[in-house]
Design a protein around this ligand. Sequence first.
Ligand SMILES: NC(=O)c1ccc[n+]([C@@H]2O[C@H](COP(=O)([O-])OP(=O)(O)OC[C@H]3O[C@@H](n4cnc5c(N)ncnc54)[C@H](OP(=O)(O)O)[C@@H]3O)[C@@H](O)[C@H]2O)c1
Length: 161
Amino acid sequence: MNAIVAVDRNWAIGKDGDQFVYLSRDLHNFKTVTMGHPVILGRRTLATFPGGRPLKGRRNLVLSRDPDFRPEGAEVFRDLDSLLAAAPEDAFVIGGGSVYEALLPHCDTVYVTKLQGEWPADTWFPRLDRLPGWALTSTSAPMEEKGVRFTFDVYRREAGQ
Ligand SMILES: NC(=O)c1ccc[n+]([C@@H]2O[C@H](COP(=O)([O-])OP(=O)(O)OC[C@H]3O[C@@H](n4cnc5c(N)ncnc54)[C@H](OP(=O)(O)O)[C@@H]3O)[C@@H](O)[C@H]2O)c1
């Protein structure tokens, strides 16, 4: 399983139910990387999408404990075990904080957009740069948009971890 996330310098990922900044190159990269693969997300992250609608061209596997939550075009799972039984190996975990934390142990590769800035935050991704068993395996040339510098980095689980 994989994950994809945009983090700031402190590995913060959002505040008040939203992201800090939307960058077109990052959105394009997200689409390119995840297209054709199932995506796994929490109910709150689905709510941040336009109209609260699932992503097109991908199976949307959404976690929610609410028995009345039945969004059109998504598959809803009430717990991690049923989700894990249904999620293929090529799936991408796309947030938010609670889902990243719960599913990171099942991920081998994490695509990290690293934003060179710091924002007030209430949600974080586990710090892969300090987590034993993870290594930074690639980083892109720096880019800049809306005054924010960023890179596309890839972290992989080290062999035997
Ligand atoms: N920077 C990025 O790349 C990025 C990406 C995605 C999201 N985000 C940000 O992350 C924040 C949202 O993260 P979050 O942690 O608050 O919410 P979240 O993980 O998106 O969704 C949380 C909800 O998912 C459901 N859920 C989570 N674990 C579950 C489990 N084990 N079993 C059943 N249901 C489960 C619950 O839904 P119910 O309440 O319905 O039971 C829970 O309230 C926002 O600020 C968002 O913008 C950032």
